[in-house]
Design a protein around this ligand. Structure first.
Ligand code: PHE
Length: 347
């Protein structure tokens, strides 16, 4: 009997240690604590219930001991409860979880991307496949293969970013090097459209940027003529800008085409009437083009006796500016939502 009594007193001590160690850091823990120790079937009630096992002369002492443990539990419970209530009052009013969510704000396609896609789609309809090439290019593909050997004055046409520490590596100044890459690796017939980012060491202004985008086109087969080029470009201009659009070709010079031309279209804003965008001429320049120079074929391993071809290249920013009436090229890279949001309807 004496031994059992000691055990009950030990149990009261163990229970007080257990109370000390139990976590009450949040509402769930606090409720679990209450049920475990202070509930109607809790451990304290159970221990009180064993009063009958205690010898008469020690009942009083045992009752006091268990009461002390009960007080310990109650104090811990009440303190934690007060602390949790204070913390949740500080966190502000409860959220109203029945409110409907804010409507999601949908993004929109970037205007450069919209124009690029429209150009690619227009040529896809007549059998052109998309090709791509590296933006960090070697001197051979960007210049030499394209008819601009070292010390050739035409290199001055394009101010180039060279890669420090890598002789002959540069950021491509146009998408034309992809012409050379495709001709080196594929046999005619070749019919490709090449959208991509290009770089030139230009002072950034409303009209020029050092990072911009081009789309290149290349068609190589037997008997490809200048008439094919002209008809292809007329088709493109009318799908892209409207079926009333007219084109005109002016003689020009590029190191990789012969003959070369620049193409104008009737002004996208005034449709030829004359306005500030076309400087009252009724025409705006859209792209450069020409027949692939036989020397370029030779550089890329294609027989110039058997094949002819045409190529063209255009700046996406320029077309986007003319299409949407944007007067500052820097708007395309500033990520101002007030600007970008205007193109939502087109997405
Ligand atoms: N690569 C030329 C440029 O950047 C454009 C062009 C491409 C001209 C293909 C003719 C043929 O200005």
């Amino acid at each position: 009997m004496a031994l059992e009594t000691t055990t009950l007193f030990d149990e009261a001590d163990a229970l007080s240690r257990q109370i000390d160690a139990s976590p009450v850091g949040n509402a769930a823990e606090l409720e679990a604590f209450r049920i475990q120790f202070l509930g109607t079937k809790g451990l304290l009630k159970q221990l009180f219930g064993r009063m009958g096992e205690v010898p008469a002369d020690r009942k009083r002492e045992f009752g006091q001991r268990v009461n002390a443990v009960k007080e310990l539990a109650e104090t811990k419970f009440n303190d934690a409860k007060t602390a949790l209530e204070a913390a949740s009052a500080q966190a502000g009013p409860d959220f109203d979880l029945t409110l409907p969510p804010l409507p999601p704000v949908p993004g929109s396609r970037h205007p450069i991307n919209l124009v690029r896609q429209k150009i690619v789609d227009t040529f896809a309809r007549i059998g052109y496949a998309v090709a791509e090439g590296p933006e960090v290019e070697d001197d051979w593909h960007n210049f030499t293969a394209m008819g601009t050997p070292e010390d050739h004055p035409a290199r001055d046409m394009q101010d180039t970013f060279y890669i420090a520490g890598h002789a002959n590596m540069l950021l491509r100044t146009h998408t034309s090097p992809v012409q050379a890459r495709v001709m080196e690796s594929q046999k005619p017939p070749i019919r490709i459209i090449v959208p991509g980012r290009t770089y030139r060491n230009e002072t950034i202004s409303a009209r020029a940027h050092c990072v911009f985008h081009q789309v290149e086109g290349l068609y190589v087969d037997e008997n490809v003529s200048f008439a094919d080029l002209k008809q292809t470009l007329l088709y493109f201009a009318q799908v892209m800008f409207g079926e009333k659009t007219q084109i005109r070709l002016r003689p020009s010079y590029f190191p990789f085409t012969e003959p070369s031309a620049e193409m104008d279209v009737t002004c996208l804003i005034c449709h030829g009437e004359g306005c500030p965008v076309c400087k009252h001429s009724g025409w705006v320049e859209i792209l450069g083009c020409g027949m692939v120079d036989p020397q370029v074929f030779e550089n890329c391993g294609i027989d110039p006796e058997r094949y002819t071809g045409f190529a063209f290249g255009m700046g996406i920013e320029r077309i986007a500016m003319l299409t949407y009436g944007v007067d500052d090229i820097r708007l395309f890279t500033e990520n101002d939502l007030r600007f970008l949001e205007q193109f939502k309807a087109e997405a």
